[in-house]
Structure formats: structure tokens, C-alpha cells
Design a protein around this ligand. Structure first.
Ligand code: AMP
Ligand code: MG
Length: 393
């Protein structure tokens, strides 16, 4: 059995960035990172643009201007302004070449066909210059930039339709257990509704991993071996739920061994989630997560999370940790370090009742774990405790 830090280090050390490229339409590229620099194919803005609703002027010393026409957004015509002439103009409209400033409509007085300004203007006032945001051929977004809604909007404004990004891992979720049935089926004696696959799928969706395939096996060695072999061929990451403990019908460990998956660790000194396995075969990662739902999800957030971030070549590999003041007391039994479901808010944290690894009701309310190391068995009210913020925080 190894300790938590060693286990995390082994995950970091044995997970390689995926670095597979894929081309996506920009509207589907949110959350992906660019695998190439993007250079601007056009100047942005592509023409001298009015930043205001108002009047474009050919500046002169006098404050009275003659209005000779109008340019709306989208217009292509080029009225020619002599010194002392103005055109009505609107935000986003092209400023005629012969105009050298735009004045806001709130700052002028109009009399008949004449326009009077109060203060003199400097050249290029309220005119967005060609290429002011980015010039044609210049770096628009750098390689490794993670695409956000703003990033996608920016690329769209440059007329870009597709981007080359790092692929996200293909992930297999293998559920094991004779007792598991799907929702909608009759709940006969001895059976339970399968929940881990839905839970893990959603944890992955929240982190924007969508390429997921499901595999289901009964507690049967041959079936386990066959499905695991399939899962290992078609995925970059395989998450096995259950069947990794020491029971007579836990076959995941034996099947992983038979498939020559290299074990990096099995069993971690922690609660919940002691029977956790991590291994690799070629470039595919395997986590066998405990079947108990709360233990399964805890191991996901502490270990699988690291692997996912490392596969995406990100710098921050672990969930955010903060220190917080405990609003209640807690007594820990046993000597294993514990991840306790908790609610964090404004620097305070409440350790919840019902920490069993088989129960999800408490976890459903939690937005954090309080981490109690081996040497701390009692938390008193107002103690400072290490708190790990979950992605749903
Ligand atoms: P195991 O790790 O296979 O010994 O399972 C431990 C506990 O978790 C047992 O009570 C199982 O019934 C339960 N369990 C295992 N897999 C799932 C699952 N996919 N959904 C809900 N409960 C599960
Ligand atoms: Mg089982």
C-alpha cells in the first residue's frame, strides 16, 4: 500500500500528454487548446471604422460643419469631404478616407444642414484604425491557448472556420457487477441500479471530455477479460468501476494482469478509495476505481483528474486547494488520511454527516473535500483545515 502523494506522483510520471491533433469547426472547439499558432488572415478591423454614432468630419479650425451625406454600417460608398464638411455616420460604418475624426452625436448641435461642435477634436478621434486589433499576418492566438467563448468569437471575426487543436482522450468506462441493472428495469431482490457510469460520465462532461464509450461486464472472468481488451484497444484512458477489491468475484485485477497492463500502484493508504489501481499499457492508462460510488468519485477527482490534465498538457494538474475554517468538529477513526465531503463558502467549511463510501447523498451536496492527513484525528470548531475545491464549487 502506498501513500497519497506517492500515488499522485506515479500518475503524473506515467501519464504523457496526448498531443494528437484534430481539426474542429470553431463552434465546437471550446475548451480545446490550439496546437498551432494562428496568424490573422485579414486586418481587424478591415477598414477605418467609426467607434460611435455621430458625424465624421474633415477637420478645420472653424466649429461649424456642413453635412453632405450619410454612411451606415455595411455601406460601401465613399463620400468625398472637403475641409469643413461632415457626414452622418453610425457605429461600425466605414469612415470615408477624406474624414479624419468622428464626433459623438451627443456632443454636437444641429441646425438645419449645419453642425456645430463645442470643442476642437484631435485627428483620428473615435476612428478604429485598420488592423488596430490585429494586422494581417500577425500572430492572432498563440499555440496552446485554450479556446474560450471570447477566443472563438475573435477567431470568427477573422473569418476563421476551423482550428487545429489537441484531441481530447477517448475514454472507456467499464462497469462490473452481477448486481447492476439499468434504470427502468424491475428492481428484483439483490439488484441495484447502476449509477457509477452516469456519475463518471457527468464528471467527465463537466471537465469537457465527451468522447466516452461504455462497457458493461458481469462478475465473470472471461467476459471481463474480453471487454477490457476491447476497451484498451479503443481508448486512451480506461476507467473500471468495481471488481478491483479482494472478493472472490472481483476479476478486474486478474484481467488487467492477463492483458499485460503494467501496474504502477494498487491500494492507496486513504479513505475512501483504498482499493485503487493505476496502470498503463503502451499509451493507454487504466484506473480501476472502487465500486462504492463515493469512493469511486473521490478517486476520480484526486487521481483521474491529474491524468486528464496531464494528457491535455496543462500546467495545473490538481484541483485547487485552500485553507478554511471548519464550522464544526469531526472525529476521524483509524489511521488512514481521509477525504471528507464538505461544503465550502467564503473561507469557512462544513464537514458533512454521512461520509460512507457507499453513499452519495452527502456527496450530492458537497462542493469540496476537507483533507485530514494521517496524523490529525480530531477537527475542532474553528480549526484551520486543508480544503480541496471540487470542479462544481
Ligand atoms: P466492488 O468494488 O465491485 O466490490 O463494489 C463495491 C460496492 O459498490 C458494491 O456494493 C457494489 O454493488 C457497488 N457498486 C459497484 N459498481 C457499481 C455501480 N456501477 N453503480 C452502483 N454501485 C456499484
Ligand atoms: Mg463488484
Amino acid at each position: 500500500m502506498i501513500d497519497i502523494e506517492t500515488a499522485k506522483q506515479l500518475v503524473k510520471k506515467n501519464t504523457k500528454p496526448l498531443l494528437k491533433e484534430t481539426i474542429l469547426p470553431i463552434e465546437k472547439s471550446g475548451g480545446y487548446s490550439l496546437c498551432k499558432n494562428i496568424y490573422a488572415p485579414i486586418n481587424m478591423p478591415p477598414f477605418r471604422q467609426s467607434a460611435m454614432d455621430g458625424y465624421a468630419l474633415n477637420l478645420q479650425d472653424d466649429n461649424i460643419y456642413n453635412i453632405i451625406g450619410e454612411v451606415k454600417a455595411g455601406d460601401a460608398h465613399q463620400p468625398v469631404l472637403k475641409k469643413g464638411e461632415a457626414v452622418r455616420i453610425f457605429t461600425g460604418a466605414p469612415v470615408p478616407d477624406t474624414a479624419n475624426a468622428v464626433i459623438m452625436q451627443e456632443k454636437v448641435t444641429i441646425t438645419d444642414k449645419e453642425l456645430v461642435i463645442q470643442n476642437s477634436l484631435s485627428e483620428n478621434h473615435n476612428i478604429r484604425a485598420i488592423g488596430e486589433q490585429v494586422k494581417k499576418g500577425d500572430l492572432a492566438l498563440e499555440k496552446n491557448t485554450k479556446l474560450t467563448p471570447a477566443g472563438i468569437g475573435y477567431l470568427a471575426s477573422l473569418g476563421i472556420t476551423h482550428v487545429s487543436v489537441y484531441k481530447k482522450p477517448a475514454i472507456g468506462i467499464v462497469t462490473t457487477g452481477n448486481e447492476l441493472i439499468d434504470a427502468g428495469e424491475e428492481l428484483n431482490y439483490g439488484k441495484i441500479y447502476e449509477s457509477n457510469s452516469k456519475m463518471l460520465q457527468n464528471a467527465l462532461y463537466n471537465l469537457k471530455f465527451y468522447d466516452i464509450t461504455f462497457y458493461k461486464v458481469a462478475d465473470n472472468y472471461k467476459e471481463t477479460l474480453l471487454e477490457l481488451e476491447k476497451a484498451s484497444k479503443n481508448n486512451d484512458l480506461v476507467l473500471i468501476s468495481g471488481g478491483i477489491s479482494v472478493g472472490d468475484y472481483d476479476f478486474a485485477g486478474k484481467a488487467l494482469y492477463e492483458l499485460h497492463v503494467k501496474e504502477h500502484f494498487y491500494k492507496v493508504m486513504q479513505k475512501p478509495g483504498k482499493p485503487l489501481f493505476f496502470g498503463t499499457k503502451n499509451n493507454t492508462l487504466f484506473f480501476a476505481l472502487p465500486g462504492n460510488p463515493a469512493a469511486s468519485l473521490t478517486c476520480f477527482y484526486i487521481y483521474v483528474y491529474i491524468a486528464l490534465q496531464k494528457m491535455m498538457d496543462r500546467d495545473k494538474l490538481e484541483l485547487t486547494k485552500v485553507t478554511a475554517k471548519s464550522v464544526n468538529g469531526f472525529r476521524k477513526f483509524g489511521d488512514r488520511p481521509q477525504f471528507l465531503k464538505a461544503i465550502y463558502k467564503n473561507g469557512n467549511v462544513e464537514i458533512l454527516e454521512g461520509q460512507s463510501s457507499a453513499m452519495l447523498q452527502t456527496f450530492a451536496l458537497a462542493n469540496a473535500f476537507v483533507f485530514l492527513p494521517e496524523n490529525i484525528s480530531n477537527v475542532n470548531r474553528n480549526d484551520t483545515v486543508e480544503t480541496i475545491l471540487l470542479p462544481n464549487y
